[in-house]
Design a protein around this ligand. Structure first.
Ligand SMILES: Cc1cc2nc3c(=O)[nH]c(=O)nc-3n(C[C@H](O)[C@H](O)[C@H](O)COP(=O)(O)OP(=O)(O)OC[C@H]3O[C@@H](n4cnc5c(N)ncnc54)[C@H](O)[C@@H]3O)c2cc1C
Length: 592
């Protein structure tokens, strides 16, 4: 099994040269943050990831979390590693200093999260949910709740969970049935939540659940859902965990991957009601929970990238070592020399670089919105984040299915058996297109909330930005053919947008039938944009005689490969979108 190493060169090239990190920091007034500091952070995170988290990956896969008398027992070594993670301040990296955070830009914490997730997805999931809990509380919690709960969540002393799903309420949260009855200054919560990630463990002395539930007089549907904070242990007068609250893990799921991440059935109120506190306004809980969900959707997209990177690194190492060809002189050569193995490795390499590009560009937009000094700029960047979120979640995780599968294919039979570790990446990746909203739900969000609701304006703005890169490539001489390829896909994107606007109103199945193809199409186009921008920068640096020549030349070739082998998939998506939903919906159910 290969060691993981953070792809510094690619990441730093993206952050510093393509995205322009120092400019973002300067405009945000972050005088002490610059690319040098960030390099040092990445180096330390890579060391911590390799030495402390990476060894947990296989241990956790083979020794999953268990349920005992005292609740969930995490996999061996996890508590010790988590303690070090907190003590080293990693949990607090991107949170505001006001609550004990370090105030680093999201772009930095995203890159660092890639290291944690690549090292052990199951381990990193716990902090991913704590992160979302903090975001939701910062945005919607009362001053009192913030003061009491945020510092320990920001530091990672306590962890957070997200409680949406019930047996009858999965994608359709309007069906949430958990009840919340007012009692004095709090509420009594009762009901059962399923599939709750890291819903219980012994790594910290408290677990803070954010729970969707209904008040007694709440209207039916999604407009009658409220959000509550329910601690595992109630706090005593000094704010320390004291009496056990009435929430318990009653069973754990057995599942395909992420064995070390406990997936809990949580029972609230079996003994009279779990004490909870309202977050935000009554009946507006789904909106408040969306802050957490959107944060987690970006994080899960990053999981797709992280597992793909692991899978690629391991496949590459194997392909260099595995001898299967014989030359005319009888000597043997490694499989990396076969064109079809090259095809697979290049698909993996080009995809992961494009995925990383989109994930980091999206993180930079979050920073630009956060640090904006006027409302108009903040709205513009937030709107772009809104548009990116379903694409980052959907496209990166869908691609990770293909990439981690290719990782197995490069290994041949050794990939299918567990020994090399390649199979684990594939098994772990499988959940990423399901939780935090399936790809179908991301497609629905993209088409409904992010495109049709604003008559396609946000998408038009994005395509205009991509057009500018296309024009630059076309005018560049050396990279004009890349510009031509990108132009074809931008034109296809415009055609798809218009087709959707023209047809969505006619039949309710049109948007639903086209949505995932549109999501994938925009993913490939955004990937082409990132690779086009990267190619322009690489050519510029090479011409100026600066930078790492071998890396920059490889970037130019990888960008070309992307345009030739991956970007044409956008055209194929367009053909499918334009076919409409008629044949999809035509069969009677008993004709299947
Ligand atoms: C390991 C794991 C961890 C999880 N962690 C958490 C957690 O921490 N907290 C939490 O609250 N939940 C969690 N979940 C639940 C997860 O978010 C749901 O499983 C997911 O949202 C899908 O819901 P469902 O399973 O009910 O599937 P369903 O909603 O029944 O969907 C089944 C199929 O129908 C499709 N579908 C349903 N509705 C639509 C629609 N409107 N448009 C198009 N297609 C649709 C889906 O795309 C899917 O293909 C976890 C699940 C797992 C397996």
């Amino acid at each position: 099994m290969s060691d993981y190493h953070y792809p510094y060169k690619d990441a730093e090239f993206l952050i510093n040269d393509v995205i322009g990190f120092d400019d973002i920091c300067q405009s945000a007034g972050l005088d002490e943050v610059n690319s040098e500091l960030v390099s040092a952070i990445f180096e330390e995170a890579n060391r911590f990831g390799a030495e402390v988290i990476l060894p947990l990956n296989v241990i956790g896969d083979q020794n999953g979390a268990t349920l005992g008398e005292n609740g969930v027992q995490q996999s061996p070594g996890f508590a010790e590693a988590y303690r070090q993670y907190v003590d080293n301040g990693w949990g607090a990296l991107a949170f505001p200093e006001q609550f004990g955070g370090q105030g680093m830009p999201r772009l930095v914490s995203t890159a660092v999260d890639e290291i944690w997730q690549s090292s052990s997805l199951a381990f990193a999931l716990c902090s991913l949910l704590t992160h979302g809990t903090v975001e939701a509380l910062m945005e919607h919690g009362s001053d009192e709740l913030k003061e009491i709960y945020l510092p320990n969540l920001v530091s990672g002393e306590w962890t957070g969970t997200m409680n949406l799903t019930e047996s009858a309420a999965g994608s359709d949260l309007a069906a949430v049935a958990t009840r919340a009855v007012p009692e004095g200054d709090h509420y009594l919560i009762s009901g059962q939540k399923i599939f709750i990630t890291w819903g219980d463990h012994q790594m910290t002395d408290n677990v803070i659940h954010l729970v969707l539930a209904r008040l007694p007089d709440a209207p039916a549907g999604s407009r009658g859902i409220s959000l509550f904070l329910v601690p595992k242990f109630l706090l005593d007068e000094e704010g320390n965990p004291g009496e056990r609250n009435d929430v318990h893990c009653v069973s754990l799921e057995h599942k395909l991957g992420i064995h070390a991440s406990p997936t809990c059935v949580l029972a609230f109120g079996d003994n009279g009601g779990a004490i909870g506190y309202l977050v935000g306004e009554p009946n507006r809980g789904l909106m408040a929970m969306f802050t957490m969900m959107n944060d987690a959707r970006q994080g899960v997209g990053l999981q797709g990238l992280s597992l793909s990177t692991r899978s690629y690194q391991q496949a590459l190492e194997f392909a260099k070592e595995r001898l299967q060809g014989t030359r005319s002189d009888g000597s043997r050569f490694p499989i990396i020399e076969f064109p079809d193995v090259r095809r697979m490795l290049m698909l993996m390499k080009a995809s992961t670089e494009a995925m990383r590009g989109l994930a980091y560009i999206s993180a930079a937009e979050i920073d630009l919105a956060h640090f904006a000094t006027d409302a108009e700029t903040a709205i513009r960047h937030n709107s772009r984040v809104d548009l990116y979120t379903p694409i980052v979640k959907g496209w990166l995780t869908e691609l990770s299915q293909e990439i981690t599968s290719l990782g197995i294919q490069v290994h041949g039979g050794m990939g299918y058996v567990e020994e090399t570790g390649s199979a684990q990446f594939y098994r772990d990746a499988r959940i990423t297109t399901i939780y935090e909203g399936t790809t179908g739900i991301q497609g629905q969000d993209l088409v409904g909330r992010k495109i049709l609701s604003n008559s396609g304006e946000l998408l038009e703005n994005l395509l205009n930005d991509i057009q500018a890169t296309t024009d630059e490539l076309s005018a560049s001489g050396q990279l004009a053919d890349l510009g031509q390829a990108l132009q074809t896909s931008v034109d296809a994107g415009r055609t798809a947008r218009q087709w959707l606007l023209d047809n969505a109103g006619q039949d309710r199945n049109v948007a639903g039938g086209a949505s995932v193809n549109l999501l994938m199409m925009l993913g490939y186009i955004c990937g082409g944009w990132v690779m086009g921008r990267s190619a322009l920068k690489a050519a510029q640096l090479l011409a100026a005689g600066g930078g790492d020549e071998a890396f920059l030349e490889a970037k130019l070739i990888t960008a070309r490969f992307y345009m030739e082998h991956l970007l044409p998939r956008a055209d194929s998506c367009l053909t499918t979108i334009q076919a409409g939903s008629e044949s999809m919906m035509a069969l009677e159910e008993d004709q299947f």
